[in-house]
Design a protein around this ligand. Structure first.
Ligand SMILES: NC(=O)C1=CN([C@@H]2O[C@H](COP(=O)(O)OP(=O)(O)OC[C@H]3O[C@@H](n4cnc5c(N)ncnc54)[C@H](OP(=O)(O)O)[C@@H]3O)[C@@H](O)[C@H]2O)C=CC1
Ligand SMILES: CC(=O)[C@@H](O)[C@H](O)COP(=O)(O)O
Ligand SMILES: [Mn+2]
Length: 396
């Protein structure tokens, strides 16, 4: 007897990125379960064109009007006239709230994905959440909107996906604390004295994952883990003190939940984002997949405490989590500006935490009560970060 599984109709925000590609690969593997309805991308017009040809979305949105016009021209040259091409945050919001969509994969990088993700929640769509910056900048508002609209926020970020899985082993009241695993990034063993000379090329070499540039640099500074602490506080309703970080270079245990009786449940799987994406898309089912983990490959599992001195971004994130929403908004905004400046060679690696610390010191604590206010606070923090970077006070 075959079991009928209702098809899920997807909007993929960030379809041209690393998570976007992995999501589309799952759609290819499970054509009877997942249908692509709409897409949103940034500036990669060539890949957007390929995706339009393969997936025939009803709407595609690009980051800018220029990119949207370029894509439209290419679509017409390919004799494709039935795809609506939009742009900007309003375009991504139309993509995320299309009436035929019932599941939104949120994988635009940064705060650029916030408005569309929030609108999707308010429109009652189930969310597969990769975009952790949304939760860092607007976690309280997003969680409140998800509760009010009875929307499931299913984490795609590998650690939170692992925690979501392990949480099925007990009740929230039975959780003592959770442990987020961190690879430690490419500089896990680099002496503090060498940090001043770290280059973008070195920082972009993640030891275990292949990801977009921003998150790869964030892993190198361990700000990614800091963001993930805040993300976990929001998703699992835990105080920062109950969200611990352990450095696990193998990236095999994706995270752990420690229960009050002393049991620790860990989730182990391949180092491949297609698995957390499949979990989120299929939840609460577990479809058969070929993403198998070879237990024979498991020779060694190491766990050690993080070094807050060499990785001050992690400390700054814990401090921001305790300080409240304005600090979290500033943390993300300043990081976004500082990472871009580092990649462009305008500040050294150590300039990233220094810029963020300087911006946090200038941030006034005001709790935003709307997404608009979050975006305004984000803009103010970016402007401050640009001043700090341009001021040249950040020397190695
Ligand atoms: N990659 C991974 O394994 C993981 C990623 N995440 C999170 O998922 C998110 C995506 O990461 P990742 O896929 O690695 O990043 P990528 O840089 O590979 O992809 C980012 C995506 O966002 C799009 N984009 C960028 N700016 C805009 C904009 N202004 N408007 C619309 N679209 C835009 C890009 O479009 P284009 O390329 O066309 O410019 C691209 O599709 C991040 O929040 C990251 O932290 C979380 C866990 C793991
Ligand atoms: C795949 C994923 O979820 C990333 O967030 C990854 O965890 C980054 O690795 P780090 O542990 O080095 O930050
Ligand atoms: Mn992660």
């Amino acid at each position: 007897m075959s079991i009928h599984v209702p098809i899920k109709k997807l909007a993929i925000l960030g379809s041209t990125g690393s998570i976007g590609h992995s999501t589309l690969s799952i759609c290819e593997s499970y054509p009877d379960r997942y249908k692509v309805v709409t897409l949103a991308a940034g500036t990669n017009v060539d890949v957007a064109l390929e995706q339009c040809i393969q997936w025939c979305p009803k709407i595609i949105s690009m980051a800018t009007e220029k990119c949207a016009n370029a894509l439209l021209k290419l679509l017409h040259q390919a004799d494709i006239y039935d795809i609506e091409v939009l742009h900007g945050s309003a375009g991504a919001t139309r993509v995320a709230t299309h009436p035929d969509v019932n599941f939104v994969v949120s994988a635009i990088v940064g705060v650029a994905g916030l408005e569309a993700t929030y609108a999707a929640i308010c429109a009652g769509k189930t969310i597969g959440l990769a975009n952790k910056e949304c939760l860092v900048a607007a976690g309280d508002l997003i969680i409140a909107a998800a509760r009010a609209n009875r929307v499931a926020l299913l984490p795609i970020d590998s650690e939170h996906n692992a925690i979501h899985q392990a949480m099925r082993g007990g009740t929230p009241a039975e959780v003592k604390q959770i442990w987020l695993t961190a690879s430690g990034g490419p500089f896990r063993n680099t002496p503090a004295a060498d940090f001043a000379r770290i280059t973008p090329a070195q920082a972009l070499k993640h030891p275990t994952w292949t990801m977009g540039q921003r998150i790869t640099i964030d892993s190198a500074t361990m700000m990614n883990k800091g963001f993930e602490v805040i993300e976990a506080c929001r998703l699992f309703d835990l105080p920062p003190a109950k969200v611990r970080v352990t450095v696990h270079p193998q990236s095999t245990v994706h995270s752990l939940v420690e229960f009050v009786d002393g049991s620790i449940l860990a989730q182990i799987s391949v180092t491949d984002m297609r698995l957390p994406i499949l979990y989120a898309l299929a939840y609460p089912e577990r479809p058969v997949s070929d993403l198998t983990f070879d237990l024979k490959s498991l020779n060694q599992l190491d766990f050690s405490p993080p070094d807050f001195d060499r990785f001050p971004c992690l400390r700054l994130a814990y401090e921001a989590a305790e300080a409240g929403p304005s600090a979290c908004i500033a943390l993300n905004a300043a990081d976004e500006i500082a990472v871009a400046a580092f990649l462009e060679g305008r500040i050294p690696f150590l300039g990233i935490p220094r810029t963020i610390e300087a911006v946090l010191a200038k941030t006034v604590a005001v709790a935003p009560s709307s997404i608009q206010q979050v975006l305004e606070a984000d803009q103010r923090a970016r402007a401050t970060a640009r001043q700090v970077v341009a001021g040249g006070a950040i020397v190695s």
